[in-house]
Design a protein around this ligand. Sequence first.
Ligand SMILES: Nc1ncnc2c1ncn2[C@@H]1O[C@H](COP(=O)(O)OP(=O)(O)O)[C@@H](O)[C@H]1O
Ligand SMILES: [Mg+2]
Length: 246
Amino acid sequence: MAVNTIIEQYYSAGAGLHDAVKTLRTNIWFSAMDQEIKTIVVTSVNPHEGKSTLAVFLGIAMAESGQHTLLMECDCRRPMLQNYLKMQPDHDLVDVLRRRISAREAVTSTPVERLDLLSSVVLASPVEVLASNRFNGILEEFKQQYDVILLDTPPLGSFIEAAILASRADGTLLVLQSGSTEVAAAQAVVAQLEKAKARVLGCVLNNVNMTSQQYYYADYYKDGRKRKDGGEKGKEKRPPTRKPEK
Ligand SMILES: Nc1ncnc2c1ncn2[C@@H]1O[C@H](COP(=O)(O)OP(=O)(O)O)[C@@H](O)[C@H]1O
Ligand SMILES: [Mg+2]
């Protein structure tokens, strides 16, 4: 069976997922009453907690609401966005860093209107690159061109990049895996983000069982307010469309 792109997964997932992602999008706008939120870092404590998936889903929802949105691959240790989107862009972040082409030329349109991708290859020194003035300049350039920039990052429990980016971004989302992310580890990551003076917009609790419908993705709550349905953990149906990663 052909493996669908993550975009196809989103559109075939049904209203439950769409509602959850749109609620997240709305809550981000609500949290931004007094300050524009243009650059959003998506991170988590551990690998495989759903950062890249959430970044794409939120990107689709943002683009659908009329926002010109850029998905920026900043997990330069394990860049997955282009694989998930099944795209083979002609250019990537390295081409821009080396000034081979402009930032504008390096992005590729996705099948979703108003949603673009800047991909990356694996970098030998991701921390140095993402902390550099050159990278910062590129981000500033994109800020002139896009309404929203979603930065997908490596897990902050193991690598520092997300904190570096979060210190410059307008907001940060922390993805937590229902039933598996350890509370102490999550608290340590939040402390790290606070040390970086990041603005933590909230947490996305992934892999929550939403029994009444075939919800696939996220539940969102902020400031410790729990979701309403109190769903049971660990019994949700995984989407059949993509093999788990190695
Ligand atoms: N809520 C979910 N339910 C089922 N599978 C999920 C869910 N969120 C993510 N996945 C799957 O888990 C794997 C890791 O997700 P990914 O977004 O790559 O995580 P990360 O970027 O944090 O490493 C992927 O195969 C993805 O399809
Ligand atoms: Mg990822």
